[in-house]
Design a protein around this ligand. Structure first.
Ligand code: GRF
Length: 192
């Protein structure tokens, strides 16, 4: 019998700390959530988030690899084995190939620490401060072959204050990330 009948089976890809993974796991345990997390994969076997997954009794794999394609092929096998319906990238610092996206054939979501379409890629907070932006924020979007460019599912903004620096802004935005990622997943799933 299915452990969580009716819920979509989610996998999460991480590379490090895993604080977004933590917020997804917490939310998924609520009755109202539309997903349950069955699998965590990291391209970095030392990722802290893997320890959290173990503690939460979620199957997890840190994959050592030389070529990106080795990581992707091994992951695809695991996604199939666990019959995963949706993949969420949470602080996953690799770009997935078009081949992977095509082969997985299920939705992939990502959280990005900026108000997309502004500041795709890295160093988002540094760039927002440099440009004297009034607001920063986070976006959850669908993953397509074009980096940080898929359809936006949910965004939230936060004011950049004069006293803010990269570190303080990062902290504020991370808090927003934790808030919107699980909500965005449920919003996405309820519209399927
Ligand atoms: C987050 O800010 C995420 O948006 C970015 O990397 C950070 C990862 O944090 N891509 P965590 O591993 O979820 O704690």
């Amino acid at each position: 019998m299915e452990k969580y009948p009716g819920k979509k089976k989610m996998a999460v890809f991480i590379s490090g700390r895993g604080s977004n993974l933590r917020s997804l796991v917490k939310y998924s345990k609520q009755k109202k959530s539309l997903f349950s997390i069955l699998l965590v994969i990291s391209n970095n076997p030392d990722a802290k988030g893997l320890k959290y997954a173990s503690k939460s009794k979620i199957k997890n794999y840190g994959i050592k690899y030389k070529k990106n394609s080795n990581f992707e092929n091994r992951s695809l096998k695991l996604l199939k084995k666990y019959n995963i319906d949706i993949l969420c990238l949470a602080g996953f610092m690799r770009i997935l190939s078009g081949n992977f996206i095509k082969k997985f054939y299920k939705p992939i979501l990502n959280i990005h620490p900026s108000l997309l379409p502004k500041y795709k890629g890295l160093n988002t907070h540094e760039r927002a401060i440099k440009n004297s932006d009034k607001f920063a924020g986070a976006s959850v979007h669908k993953v397509t072959q074009k980096l940080d460019s898929g359809k936006i599912i949910l965004q939230k903004k936060v004011k950049i204050l004069k006293l803010d620096n990269q570190k303080s802004l990062e902290k504020k935005v991370l808090k927003i990330e934790h808030e919107i990622y699980p909500k965005a997943v449920d919003k996405f799933l309820s519209n399927l």
